[in-house]
Ligand binder design. Structure first.
Ligand SMILES: Nc1ncnc2c1ncn2[C@@H]1O[C@H](COP(=O)(O)OP(=O)(O)OP(=O)(O)O)[C@@H](O)[C@H]1O
Length: 637
C-alpha cells in the first residue's frame, strides 16, 4: 500500500470541511451523485465513439447509479458504472494536485457556514465535501478499457492510501464510513431519498436507493390465536427514486418553475433560485433544445481567466462536453445551462465544434434569445436592477466584443449620470430622449470614484448647459471599452476630459482674442511647471473653478493603450496632462498682473495640483503643495 500526502491546499480544505462547515452537509450526496452522473456521461460518449470501449462493455450496458445505506454498518455507498478512474486519475483528481479552484476557495471562505457550503460546488471541490460526514472514505474504481482497479482510502487528514485491488466491472464505488453523529441522518431511507429527489431528480440516469427493511411475518389467524410471535426479518430493497429524464426535452407547458429551479441547482451547485430561466426548442433547419439560466448572483469565478464555463453540450441527449468556453461568447460566461443538438455528429472534436456551421447557428440564435429575454426583463426597472448589479460589467465587454449585437447590448446597459441620483441609473435611449435637439453625442467621464467624478470641474460647462454626462466609475473596464463602443444610434461617445467643451458661444475670433490676451500668463505657468504639463491653455469649459486638467485627443488614445498595457502587467509612465485655466476666474485674472515671481510660481503649482486633486489624481509632492498653500495664505492675510 502506498501512502500519499495531500497537496497543501487540499489539506487546508479538508481541515475546513471537517471542522468548520456544519450546515447543509447533505449536499455531499448531490456532489457525489453529480460526479457519478458525469462519469456515466463520459462512458456513454465513449461507447458511441470508441469501438474498443464499446466492445468491452456488455451489450445491454446502461448507466445507473446506486446509493446504498446500511445502518448497522454505519455507512452510505455510492456506486456508478461510469468511466472510472485509474491510479493517475485518482491522484490527480482527488489527491495531491489541487485544482486552481481549491486555493481560491480557501481564500474566499467567509466563516459563514451557509455561504461557505455554497462555495463548495462553485469551486469544483465537490468530492471533498464528503468529509463533512465521513470518518473514512474508500474509493474503489476501475477505468473503462483497463484491467487493474485501485482503492483510494483516506480519513480526510493529511494523507491517503492508494493500492491495487480487484473490481469486476468499470465504474466507481464510494464507500463512506459515517461519523457517529451522522449515522442517523444518512442511513435514513426517508432522509436520503428526500435529498436525492431535491437535488438530483432530473439526473438523466436512474438512481436506485438500496436499503434493508425490517419485515414482520404475516401470521395466520390460528397462529395469532395460539399466541405465536411474528418473526422479523430483514429484506433488501432496491428502488428507483428519481425521474431520470432530461428535463429540457419535456414540453415547456409541463414543467413547473420549481422543477426548472431544482434542475438549475443540480447543474450549477448554486443553492439559490436562478434570476431567469430561458427554455427554447428550435425546429427547422437546425433542431436543438436549449435551457439557459441566469444565476441570481454572478458566479464567483466570473472574473478569473480560468473560469469554468457553465454550459454543457449534449448531442441527442448524449453528453459531449462541459469544458468548452466557445459555446457562448465570453461575455455571457455567467449563463448556466445546456444545449442539446439533434444535428451535430457525436464525435465532434473541439476543433470541429469551433468551425461547425450548426454550432455557429445555435450559438448565434442562443445569444439573440438570451439578449432578448434580458431585454424583456429590462422593461421593469425594479426587476432589472438586480440584474444590472450583477451583470452590467460583462455586458459592457459584450458591447465592444460582439459587433453583431452591439446595439442590442448597448440598450441593455445602465449608467450613472449627472442627472441620476442614489442608486438610480439611466439607459442610453433614455439619455438620448432627454437630451435637447441640438445635442449629437453621448458625453461621459471615467474614473475610479463616483464622488470625485460628480464634483469634477470638467462638468461645470455641461451643468451650465443642462447637458447630461454619464458617470463611469468602473474605471478598470470603462476606460478601455467605452471609447470602443463607437456610436449608439449615430451618437458618438465623447470623453469630456478630451473633447471640446459643448455649446461654446464664442466665435473663433473671440477665442483667439482671449488666447492672445492670456498668452503671457499661459507661458509663465508653463515655464514654471515645465515637464509636469504638456501644455497650458485658456479654456471656456469652466465657470466656477480656476483650472482643470484634460487629455488632448492624441493622449486619450494613448491612455487607452497604456491602460491595456498596465492591465497586462507592463509598467507605463503616466503622460503629462494639459492644464486649462479659466480666464474668467479671479485667480487667473490677478495672476496676469502679478509681478511677484515667487508667488506666480506657487500659484501655478497650486492651480495644477488642485486641478489634479479634483480629478482624483495623485499629486507628486504633497509636502510642497502644503508649503505653497501656507505661503500663499500668509501673503493673503
Ligand atoms: N464517480 C466518479 N467517477 C469518475 N471520476 C470521478 C468520480 N468522482 C470524481 N471523479 C473525478 O474527480 C474529479 C474531482 O471531482 P470533484 O467533485 O472534486 O470536482 P468536479 O466534479 O470536477 O467539479 P464540480 O464539483 O464543480 O462538478 C472529477 O472531475 C472527476 O474527474
Amino acid at each position: 500500500m502506498a501512502k500519499h500526502q495531500f497537496q497543501t491546499e487540499v489539506g487546508q480544505l479538508l481541515h475546513l470541511m471537517t471542522h468548520s462547515l456544519y450546515s447543509n452537509k447533505e449536499i455531499f450526496i448531490r456532489e457525489l451523485v453529480s460526479n457519478a452522473s458525469d462519469a456515466i456521461d463520459k462512458l456513454n460518449y465513449l461507447k458511441l465513439t470508441d469501438e474498443k470501449i464499446k466492445a468491452a462493455l456488455p451489450e445491454d450496458w446502461a448507466g445507473q447509479i446506486t446509493v446504498k445505506i446500511d445502518e448497522e454498518d454505519k455507512s452510505i455507498t455510492i456506486v456508478d458504472n461510469g468511466i472510472g478512474m485509474n491510479e493517475e486519475d485518482l491522484i490527480a483528481s482527488i489527491g495531491t494536485i489541487a485544482k486552481s479552484g481549491t486555493k481560491s476557495f480557501v481564500e474566499n471562505l467567509t466563516g459563514d457556514a451557509k455561504k461557505d457550503s455554497n462555495l463548495i460546488g462553485q469551486f469544483g471541490v465537490g468530492f471533498y465535501s464528503v468529509f463533512m460526514v465521513a470518518e473514512k472514505v474508500d474509493v474503489i474504481s476501475k477505468k473503462a478499457g483497463e484491467e487493474q482497479a485501485y482503492k483510494w482510502s483516506s480519513t480526510g487528514t493529511g494523507e491517503f492510501d492508494l493500492s491495487p485491488c480487484t473490481k469486476e466491472s468499470s465504474g466507481t464505488v464510494i464507500y463512506i464510513k459515517l461519523k457517529d453523529e451522522e449515522v442517523e441522518d444518512y442511513t435514513s431511507k426517508y432522509r436520503v431519498e428526500t435529498v436525492i429527489k431535491k437535488y438530483s431528480n432530473h439526473i438523466a440516469y436512474p438512481i436506485n436507493l438500496a436499503y434493508t427493511e425490517e419485515v414482520t411475518e404475516e401470521l395466520s389467524e390460528e397462529d395469532k390465536k395460539a399466541g405465536k410471535e411474528a418473526k422479523k426479518t430483514k429484506e433488501n430493497r432496491n428502488e428507483k427514486i428519481n425521474e431520470a429524464t432530461a428535463l429540457w426535452m419535456q414540453p415547456k407547458s409541463k414543467i413547473k418553475q420549481d422543477e426548472y429551479n431544482d434542475f438549475y441547482k443540480s447543474i450549477s451547485h448554486d443553492s439559490q433560485d436562478p434570476m431567469l430561466t430561458i427554455h427554447t426548442k428550435a425546429e427547422g433547419v437546425n433542431e436543438y433544445t436549449t435551457l439557459f439560466y441566469i444565476p441570481s448572483i454572478a458566479p464567483m469565478d466570473m472574473y478569473r481567466a480560468d473560469y469554468q464555463p457553465g454550459v454543457k453540450l449534449y448531442v441527442k441527449r448524449v453528453f459531449i462536453t462541459d469544458d468548452e468556453k466557445e459555446l457562448l461568447p465570453t461575455y455571457l460566461r455567467f449563463v448556466r445551462g445546456i444545449i442539446d443538438s439533434e444535428d451535430l455528429p457525436l464525435n465532434v472534436s473541439r476543433e470541429i465544434l469551433q468551425e461547425n456551421r450548426v454550432m455557429a447557428n445555435i450559438k448565434q440564435s442562443s445569444v439573440k434569445k438570451i439578449l432578448g429575454e434580458i431585454k424583456k426583463l429590462s422593461k421593469d426597472e425594479e426587476k432589472y436592477a438586480p440584474f444590472i448589479e450583477q451583470y452590467n460589467r460583462p455586458l459592457k465587454e459584450g458591447a465592444y466584443q460582439d459587433f453583431t449585437n452591439k446595439e442590442a447590448i448597448l440598450e441593455l446597459l445602465r449608467f450613472k449620470s449627472t442627472k441620476t441620483e442614489n442608486a438610480k441609473m439611466t439607459s442610453l435611449s433614455a439619455y438620448k430622449e432627454a437630451a435637447d435637439s441640438e445635442q449629437k453625442a453621448i458625453y461621459y467621464i471615467v474614473g475610479e470614484n463616483e464622488k470625485v467624478l460628480r464634483n469634477s470641474p470638467l462638468l461645470e460647462s455641461y451643468k451650465k448647459n443642462d447637458i447630461e454626462v454619464l458617470i463611469l466609475d468602473d474605471k478598470e473596464i470603462d476606460e478601455i471599452v467605452t471609447p470602443m463602443y463607437g456610436a449608439y444610434k449615430e451618437w458618438e461617445f465623447k470623453d469630456i476630459t478630451s473633447c471640446e467643451a459643448p455649446k461654446v458661444e464664442q466665435t473663433e475670433e473671440e477665442k483667439k482674442e482671449v488666447e492672445e490676451k492670456y498668452k503671457d500668463v499661459t507661458e509663465k505657468i508653463k515655464e514654471v511647471l515645465g515637464e509636469a504639463v504638456k501644455e497650458v491653455r485658456v479654456t471656456n469649459r469652466l465657470s466656477e473653478s480656476p483650472s482643470c486638467v484634460v487629455k488632448d485627443a492624441e493622449d486619450a488614445q494613448m491612455a487607452q493603450m497604456m491602460q491595456m498595457m498596465r492591465a497586462m502587467g507592463q509598467e507605463m509612465p503616466a503622460s503629462a496632462p494639459v492644464l486649462e485655466i479659466n480666464p474668467d476666474h479671479e485667480i487667473v485674472s490677478k495672476l496676469k498682473d502679478l509681478k511677484d515671481d515667487g508667488l506666480v510660481a506657487d500659484v501655478s503649482w497650486v492651480l495644477l495640483d488642485q486641478a489634479k486633486l479634483s480629478e482624483g489624481m495623485e499629486i507628486t509632492d504633497t509636502v510642497a503643495f502644503a508649503q505653497r498653500l501656507s505661503r500663499i495664505t500668509a501673503k493673503a492675510l
